[in-house]
Design a binder for this molecule. Structure first.
Ligand code: MF3
Ligand code: CO
Length: 260
């Protein structure tokens, strides 16, 4: 069931999505060699709670964190832990915030210190593919148009697209219909309509697309242990226009010329 939002709903979505964007900006201040992923989680949780939000991942289906901590080969759903970040790592921090009954969802993959040119290119391409998906997300087009835009962009550059995990609708719940895959055919899938709120979140691998879920039942990593990158925005389609409700500007402000 796809829930279409009113303009009042979207105003509240905006609030939640601004808060999650600011939270990623706080995390950006701390990402560095020597910092644990649990520290990043604590920073996020305290910032969200201090600003009238609720960390929506915490306790969701038993998930133990405010953020998903996605280090190197971890694709999604990694647990924050006492793992200490090292120079050359990448870490995706995926976070969902509830505010005033609505959800905001965003993910950013950070470089820890200097990273290799190959890994940098993976991150840049993944982020660019997110914006290709957003460009294709227009009222009157179909979900498959978004999916195809992401897939063709990444595969043309030699990367592979994770199939098992998708973007999604979002609103009062973190995950609503429709699913928004990162692979597919143009002109297929549900019609994109005014009132939809969607999360687009390419999960792109340097090696093969295959993933495994670890014994904790959550942590999803590449089977070949090559790195994976992940970026996510929440969008609203209203009055024939697509608006990005999240922003990486808070991260950019913190990172300056280290912004990917
Ligand atoms: N933020 C992730 C997504 O984009 C999922 C949240 S992880 C969970 O859908 F722990 F909350 F499940
Ligand atoms: Co999401």
């Amino acid at each position: 069931m796809i829930y279409l939002k009113t303009s009042e709903d979207i105003e509240r979505m905006r609030e939640a999505n601004t808060l999650v964007s600011r939270t990623l900006g706080e995390i950006a201040k701390w990402v560095a060699p020597g910092v644990t992923t649990l520290k990043l989680d604590t920073i996020a949780r305290e910032f969200i709670c201090d600003n009238g939000g609720r960390p929506a991942c915490l306790g969701y289906g038993g998930f133990p964190g405010t953020i998903c901590a996605e280090v190197n080969e971890v694709v999604v759903h990694g647990f924050p832990s006492n793992y200490t970040l090292r120079e050359g790592d990448i870490i995706g921090t995926d976070c969902v915030v509830e505010k005033d009954g609505f959800m905001g969802d965003s993910c950013y993959t950070f470089a820890v210190g200097e990273i290799s040119p190959e890994v940098m290119k993976l991150c840049v391409t993944t982020k660019e593919s997110l914006y290709k998906g957003i460009e294709a997300c227009q009222e009157g087009k179909r979900i498959g148009d978004i999916a195809n835009a992401v897939q063709t962009y990444c595969e043309a550059r030699g990367y592979s697209v994770v199939r098992e995990m998708c973007g999604h609708g979002i609103g009062k719940s973190m995950h609503e219909d429709p699913e928004v895959p990162n692979y597919g055919r143009r002109g297929t899938g549900p019609l994109i309509k005014n009132g939809m709120c969607l999360c687009i979140e390419p999960m792109i691998n340097m090696g093969s697309r295959n993933v495994i879920i670890e014994a904790d039942g959550w942590t999803c990593r590449t089977r070949d242990r090559k790195p994976s990158a992940h970026y996510e925005h929440t969008l609203a389609i209203m009055n024939g226009k697509t608006e990005i409700l999240t922003t990486f500007d808070y991260i950019k402000e913190v990172l300056g010329d280290r912004f990917i």
